[in-house]
Design a protein around this ligand. Structure first.
Ligand SMILES: Cc1ncc(C[n+]2csc(CCOP(=O)(O)OP(=O)(O)O)c2C)c(N)n1
Ligand SMILES: [Mg+2]
Length: 385
C-alpha cells in the first residue's frame, strides 16, 4: 500500500515550478508569458513527442523479441525533451545523455539512421561500437554519449568555449539527468562554464529516478535548479511535463547565452514512466501509486488537449500522424534488419589517422580466423546489461 510520501517524493515538496500550460492542458495559465513556440513549432514539437513515444514502443518490443540488444526509453519525458530541444537553432550543438535521441530526429536526423543505430548494423553511424540508444548525428550537431554518467557535460562546455573563442554565435545544449548532478563532470562543467561564461544551457531532466535512487534522495539541495547558484549560473525549476514552459525557459536561457550573458541551468521536473532500461524492473523499487499519479499527468495527453483546444489537432489528424510515423518506423526496421553487421575491417577505423601496426595485425588475424572458421555464434537476446 503506497503512502502519501511516495507522491511527495515524485512531486518536489514546496518547490515553485515555472509553468505555462494548465495541468489539464485546457489552456494557458493567466499571466504574462515569455517566448512561446509559434503554430509551426507547436506542430513540430508535438510530432517529435509522438515519434519518440512510438519509437520507444517499437524498440522495446524489438528488444523483447531479441532483435535489438538494449533500449532506454523516454516515455513520460517527451515534453521535457522536445519542448527544450525546440529552443535551440540549427547551428547550435546538442550533447545528450541516454534518453534524448529523439531530439536528434527533431533536428533532422533520418529515422532510418536512428533505427540503424539501434540495430548496430553496417549503416550505424557508430559502426556498431556503441551500446544501442547512444545516438550520434554530425549533420545535426549531435555528438555521441559515452554512457559514463556526466562526462558529456565538460565536453559540452569545452565545445561552447571553443565557439566563444572563435567568435561564433552558437549555443550548446547540455542534457543530463538528476543522477548526473552528483557526478564529477557536473561540478567541473558548471564551474568552468560559470567562471568562463560559456554559451551553454544545462538542461537537467529530473525524471524522478536514477535507476533505483529517487531524485529526492540524490541531493540535499533545495531543488535541482538551485544547484546553479553556487557556481554563479542562473538556475530555474520548470514543470517538465509542460512543453511550453520547457520551451520558454530554455529559449530565454539560449537567448541569454547567445547575447554573451553566460550559462544557465534549467531543471525540468518530469517522470520516467518506463523502467531505467530494458534490463530493469522498476516494480522492485517503485511504488505503483507513484506511477499512477504520473501516468495521469502524461505530457502527451496534456499537450494534445491544448492543441485540440487551439484547433490545431483533432482525432482524425492524430490518427493520420500515428499511422504515418508507424509506417516510417516499420519501413526503417525492415531495412535496418536486412543490413548485416559492420564489416570487421572497420574495427580500428576513426581513432588513429594511421592505426598502429599491432592493431592492424589483430584485424588481419581476425579476418583470417573468420575466413577459416566462420563468424562466432550469434548472441541475440543475450545482451548482459
Ligand atoms: C560514472 C557512472 N556511474 C554509474 C553508472 C551507472 N548508471 C547508469 S545510468 C545511471 C543513473 C543515471 O541517472 P540519471 O542521471 O538521473 O539519468 P536517467 O537514467 O534517470 O535518465 C547510473 C548510476 C554510469 N553509467 N556511470
Ligand atoms: Mg533520472
Amino acid at each position: 500500500m503506497a503512502s502519501a510520501s511516495s507522491i511527495r517524493l515524485a512531486d518536489p515538496g514546496g518547490i515553485q515550478l515555472c509553468r505555462v500550460l494548465r495541468e489539464d492542458g485546457s489552456g494557458l495559465l493567466k499571466g504574462k508569458h515569455g517566448p512561446l513556440p509559434d503554430r509551426e513549432q507547436l506542430e513540430t514539437i508535438y510530432r517529435a513527442m509522438l515519434t519518440t513515444r512510438l519509437l520507444d514502443d517499437r524498440m522495446l518490443k524489438l528488444q523483447r523479441q531479441g532483435r535489438v540488444a538494449f533500449v532506454g526509453t523516454a516515455s513520460g519525458l517527451e515534453a521535457a525533451i522536445h519542448g527544450s530541444a525546440a529552443a535551440f537553432d540549427e547551428e547550435d550543438w546538442v550533447f545528450s545523455a541516454l534518453r534524448e535521441g529523439g531530439a536528434a530526429v527533431q533536428r533532422g536526423m533520418a529515422l532510418y539512421d536512428y533505427v540503424a543505430h539501434m540495430f548496430g548494423n553496417d549503416d550505424d553511424t557508430a559502426k556498431g561500437r556503441q551500446m544501442p540508444n547512444h545516438f550520434q548525428c554530425p549533420e545535426v550537431h549531435f555528438p555521441s554519449w559515452s554512457s559514463v554518467i556526466g562526462t558529456q557535460l565538460p565536453h559540452a562546455v569545452g565545445a561552447a568555449l571553443a565557439m566563444k573563442q572563435r567568435g561564433e554565435k552558437r549555443v550548446v545544449c547540455a542534457y543530463s539527468g538528476d543522477g548526473a548532478t552528483s557526478s564529477n563532470g557536473f561540478h567541473a562543467a558548471l564551474n568552468f562554464a560559470g567562471v568562463m561564461k560559456a554559451p551553454v544551457v544545462f538542461v537537467v531532466i529530473d525524471n524522478g529516478w536514477a535507476i533505483s535512487v529517487p531524485s529526492a534522495k540524490q541531493t540535499a539541495a533545495r531543488s535541482y535548479g538551485s544547484k546553479g547558484k553556487a557556481y554563479g549560473v542562473a538556475g530555474f525549476d520548470v514543470d517538465g511535463n509542460d512543453p511550453l514552459a520547457c520551451y520558454q525557459e530554455v529559449r530565454k536561457a539560449v537567448d541569454r547565452a547567445r547575447a554573451g550573458e553566460g550559462p544557465s541551468l534549467i531543471a525540468l521536473r518530469s517522470y520516467r514512466l518506463g523502467g531505467h532500461s530494458s534490463s530493469d524492473d522498476p516494480s522492485r523499487y517503485r511504488n505503483p501509486e507513484e506511477f499512477e499519479y504520473w501516468s495521469k499527468r502524461d505530457p502527451l495527453l496534456r499537450f494534445e488537449r491544448y492543441l485540440e483546444a487551439e484547433g490545431l489537432l483533432d482525432e482524425a489528424k492524430r490518427e493520420k500522424w500515428v499511422l504515418e510515423i508507424q509506417t516510417q518506423i516499420a519501413a526503417a526496421v525492415e531495412k535496418a534488419e536486412a543490413v548485416g553487421p559492420p564489416k570487421l575491417e572497420t574495427l580500428v577505423e576513426d581513432v588513429y589517422e594511421q592505426p598502429p601496426r599491432y592493431l592492424t595485425r589483430q584485424v588481419v588475424e581476425a579476418l583470417r580466423i573468420v575466413a577459416e572458421k566462420g563468424e562466432a555464434d550469434g548472441v541475440a537476446g543475450k545482451f548482459p546489461l
